[in-house]
Design a binder for this molecule. Structure first.
Ligand SMILES: NC(=O)c1ccc[n+]([C@@H]2O[C@H](COP(=O)([O-])OP(=O)(O)OC[C@H]3O[C@@H](n4cnc5c(N)ncnc54)[C@H](OP(=O)(O)O)[C@@H]3O)[C@@H](O)[C@H]2O)c1
Length: 314
């Protein structure tokens, strides 16, 4: 009897592993090779990208322009916006518009609504986001109350309001794609990045619910959960197999649109999430919590030491 139970358990585990592997290969490679993913170009004329002057957002703006979209670049610094718009125009020859707003503020949405009204927006990339300067204990965050408010406005309010503004037109036209940047950190406890992790969990939850609400109305809502990608925010400077460049990440994501509604978007990050899910299913919670806490504690100490050195040098 125990022998049969053991064999059934092995078959179940191997079956689950095989199924996940097949799903991963299909979503990452096969679907786009067979053109079964979304034909993004058919969603509309314009793409709107928030946080479009650096990192993942900038890569989305360039990639969507390369596909032929006119692009609305929404970000904080007018000078950087003008530079990115000029680069896109010279590389891809498409029309661009720029909107300079600070997403930590709450009084910007009437202007955004006015500037976007009447545009045939096919793709909205809710990319803008901020994190802590370095991992830190909650009550030791500098100006804790204001910092939390800024994080919530930038990571949660921005995405909710931008979706509210753009979605009605998409639903009316019965076509559109909304890409929401969550994070792998929303799938695990994020000690020392608690508020950041919690804002990203909001993004995941809202995206999943909206994706069900709007699927029948022709609008796809896709939630992205990247691990580390080279950028100012991640502080990773060189791409590796685990940490792709923003362009490599974005190209990989666009292959999955219409196939995976909740995805890491990049194959190595998908494998990371797969092992996280296994750990959550089969190990006690404290194991994963301790691993993350240990890693982020070491990042925190390194950042504090660097700051100390910089202060001494001044
Ligand atoms: N990189 C990663 O490893 C990683 C991993 C998981 C999730 N993510 C998520 O991916 C998204 C993009 O991250 P990233 O690493 O590409 O970030 P990034 O390199 O720091 O770029 C952020 C972009 O957002 C703009 N921005 C920042 N604060 C703003 C504000 N208050 N108002 C308007 N624009 C603002 C920045 O403009 P300025 O140029 O003016 O600063 C910049 O264009 C974020 O939502 C992040 O949480 C990133």
């Amino acid at each position: 009897m125990w022998e049969v139970a053991g064999k059934v358990a092995v078959v179940l585990v191997l079956g689950r592993l095989g199924w996940s592997l097949l799903k991963g290969i299909y979503g990452t490679f096969l679907a786009s090779i067979l053109h079964l993913n979304l034909n993004i170009k058919k969603t509309g004329e314009w793409a709107v990208v928030t946080g479009a002057t650096d990192g993942i957002g900038k890569a989305f703006a360039f990639e969507l322009a390369r596909l032929g979209f006119k692009v609305v670049l929404v970000s904080r610094s007018p000078f950087k916006l003008q530079n990115v718009a000029a680069e896109i125009k010279s590389q891809h020859g498409v029309e661009t518009r720029i909107i300079d707003v600070d997403f930590t503020r709450t009084d910007i949405y009437t202007r955004l609504e006015d500037e976007l009204s009447g545009l045939d927006v096919g793709v909205l990339v809710n990319n803008v986001g901020m994190s802590y300067d370095h991992p830190e204990f909650f009550i030791d965050l500098p100006e804790c109350s204001q910092t939390c408010e800024r994080l919530i406005n930038c990571n949660i309010r921005s995405l909710t309001e931008m979706t509210r503004i753009v979605l009605p037109g998409m639903a009316q036209r019965r076509r559109g794609l909304v890409l929401n940047l969550s994070s792998l950190s929303s799938t695990i406890p994020a000690p020392l990045l608690a508020v950041y992790g919690a804002t990203k969990a909001y993004v995941s939850s809202l995206s999943e619910s909206l994706s069900v609400e709007y699927k029948g109305k022709g609008v796809l809502i896709q939630c992205l959960l990247p691990g580390y990608v080279v950028s100012n925010m991640s502080k990773f400077r060189r791409p590796t197999i685990m940490v792709p460049s923003p362009t490599a990440y974005v190209r990989s994501v666009l292959r999955t649109s219409g196939v995976e509604s909740h995805t890491a978007g990049y194959y190595m990050h998908k494998i990371q999430i797969y092992f996280i899910e296994l750990a959550k299913a089969y190990l006690p919670g404290w194991v994963l919590q301790s691993i993350v806490f240990h890693q982020l504690s070491s990042f925190r100490l390194r950042a504090l030491r660097k700051k100390q050195k910089e202060n001494k040098a001044q």
